[in-house]
Design a binder for this molecule. Structure first.
Ligand SMILES: O=C(O)CCC(=O)C(=O)O
Length: 262
């Protein structure tokens, strides 16, 4: 077993360095910042620049999405025919607020689509946070609670933990620009405040096994209409990938997005 796989299984997270080469990362960061300026969602928290479905507007990072080190780790965790479920830009701007502890979709109990707690001790989904800026304690390196991925609930699910309080063992995930933080989506994590004058720029890219039903995230899907719209519930929405964008993606990246093309 590789060291990264051991860390991911034991602690719920690991970091892969230099997935984006140092000489490329600044251009990608600037390009993503420009896209965020144009397409940011007003619904995001104050001082958070958020763009879902970023791949439709920006393909600068696409050559790295199927990096062989990352894919072999994901293959070991999720099996064959992995798919990308989310591609978002997240910019923690100076003075953003600390967020609440949560596990990611489909374990966030506030979402319409969730695996009800107590959930089984099994891996369903991987969250990766791509550091387009270096992540530090000062600039909003993601707050994580190592080992919390083995819990059968998280602070979105009334598990007795105050989602806004400090949790013993919490730490900031840190690393150099171009690194990728890989987390079991069950890992408790939270947005960290950025106390510097520079934006902390990241991509949240999530990878799913072929068998995980993603339909509730799809605009206009029957599942979404029934479970989100008609019941007036909250859920993430991931815009489709236009065919023209898909056609231009690197060949090894296309299989990761094929299911979302319209
Ligand atoms: O941007 C971060 O550091 C954390 C983002 C986060 O909590 C999430 O995407 O679920």
């Amino acid at each position: 077993m590789s060291d990264h796989l051991t860390l991911l299984k034991l602690n719920g997270w690991c970091a892969l360095e230099n997935i984006i080469p140092a000489q490329e990362v600044e251009n990608i960061r600037n390009s993503v910042l420009q896209t965020v300026e144009e397409y940011r969602r007003d619904s995001a928290a104050e001082n958070i620049g958020f763009v879902p479905g970023l791949i439709s507007q920006n393909q600068s990072f696409a050559p790295y999405l199927a990096d062989s080190r990352l894919m072999s780790l994901l293959d070991e965790m999720l099996g064959h025919d992995i798919r990308i479920s989310f591609t978002s830009a997240i910019v923690n701007e100076p003075d953003n607020e600390r967020g609440h502890w949560h596990a990611d979709w489909p374990f966030n109990q506030s979402n319409a689509g969730h695996v009800p707690a107590p959930y089984p001790d099994a891996l369903f989904h991987i969250t990766t946070l791509w550091m387009l800026s270096p992540f530090s304690d000062e600039n909003g390196g993601t707050l994580i609670v190592p080992g919390s991925h083995r819990s059968n609930n998280n602070p979105t699910g009334n598990n007795g933990i105050d989602a806004h309080a400090n949790v013993p063992g919490e730490m900031n995930a840190t690393g150099s620009a171009g690194s990728v933080l890989v987390m079991d989506s069950r890992l408790w994590h939270a947005t960290a405040p950025n106390h510097t004058n520079e934006p902390r720029v990241a991509l949240a890219i999530r990878y799913a096994p072929w068998w995980l039903n993603l339909d509730i995230l799809m605009p206009e899907s029957a599942e979404r209409k029934h479970m989100v719209d008609r019941q007036n519930r909250k859920e993430n929405e991931v815009p489709h990938v236009p065919q023209m964008v898909y056609d231009q993606l690197p060949e090894d990246v296309k299989p990761l997005y094929r299911h979302w093309v319209r």
